[in-house]
Design a protein around this ligand. Structure first.
Ligand SMILES: Cc1cc2nc3c(=O)[nH]c(=O)nc-3n(C[C@H](O)[C@H](O)[C@H](O)COP(=O)(O)OP(=O)(O)OC[C@H]3O[C@@H](n4cnc5c(N)ncnc54)[C@H](O)[C@@H]3O)c2cc1C
Length: 206
């Protein structure tokens, strides 16, 4: 039997979103735990942009996002813009270049972006190789979430699901977030692939 460990916030998923969230919460003095079933954090960031991570675009606007809730992008980009992220990358001295149409890539390696995010989230605890078994929500107006794993039991009044999309399951991707949403009765819009390379054989091209 594991002793229950308490935090202010638990984040499931140590990818781009989970690490940014952990950094923001920990820098506000919250006790933060990040759990991930992969062996290492930020695996998908490492393969992004062909290994050089296309970390943002100079010309991002809410109009660039397809969403059934377009207002979300408006409020998100009002609070944190591409210029904030570029400033962060520059503070870490990460060399980058513009490819085309405002796309920004690291000169060297996506590893630098993962290292930067981990450094920003240094005050959070990041626990990898952990399988999430159950999520339970307590009763009352201020419910506490309990997360049971093969590597301990944890509780917090705030739970963030940042387990990403299902692309490339070999790298740890899963439909976990959709299952959790369904568990808590949230409406799930049927997911569709957003960025798919198309290949044509000679027959199709004729
Ligand atoms: C080949 C490729 C290239 C890409 N290139 C770029 C690019 O250059 N620029 C760009 O902005 N985007 C790129 N993307 C998209 C990129 O993956 C996302 O922008 C980014 O990774 C999304 O971050 P995320 O935190 O939402 O998800 P992820 O980075 O996928 O992180 C999710 C985390 O949750 C963990 N997880 C999943 N299921 C569970 C579970 N059941 N229990 C515990 N942990 C779990 C995973 O192990 C992972 O660490 C690319 C994607 C692919 C596939």
């Amino acid at each position: 039997m594991w002793a229950m460990k308490s935090y202010d916030a638990i984040i499931l998923g140590a990818g781009a979103a989970g690490l940014m969230c952990a950094a923001a919460a920990a820098q506000r003095g919250r006790r933060v735990l990040v759990l991930d079933h992969a062996k290492k954090p930020g695996e998908k960031i490492l393969i992004s942009g062909g290994g050089r991570c296309n970390f943002t675009n100079r010309y991002v606007t809410p109009a660039n996002f397809l969403s059934s809730n377009p207002r979300f992008c408006i409020s998100a980009l009002k609070r944190y813009t591409q210029h904030d992220f570029i400033a962060l990358v520059e503070r870490y001295g990460i060399a980058y270049h513009e490819k085309t149409k405002g796309q920004l890539f690291c000169d060297n390696s996506a590893k630098e972006i993962v290292a930067m995010l981990l450094d920003e989230a240094a005050d959070a605890t990041v626990q990898t190789s952990t399988t999430i078994a159950h999520i339970r929500r307590g009763e009352g107006d201020a419910p506490v979430y309990t997360i049971e794993t093969d590597n301990g039991s944890f509780e917090a009044p705030a739970l963030v699901i940042a387990t990403g999309g299902p692309a490339i399951p070999q790298m740890g991707a899963s439909g976990f977030a959709y299952d959790v949403a369904r568990q808590f009765g949230l409406n799930v819009i049927e997911p569709r692939a957003g960025l798919v390379p198309l290949t044509f054989d000679d027959e199709t091209m004729d």
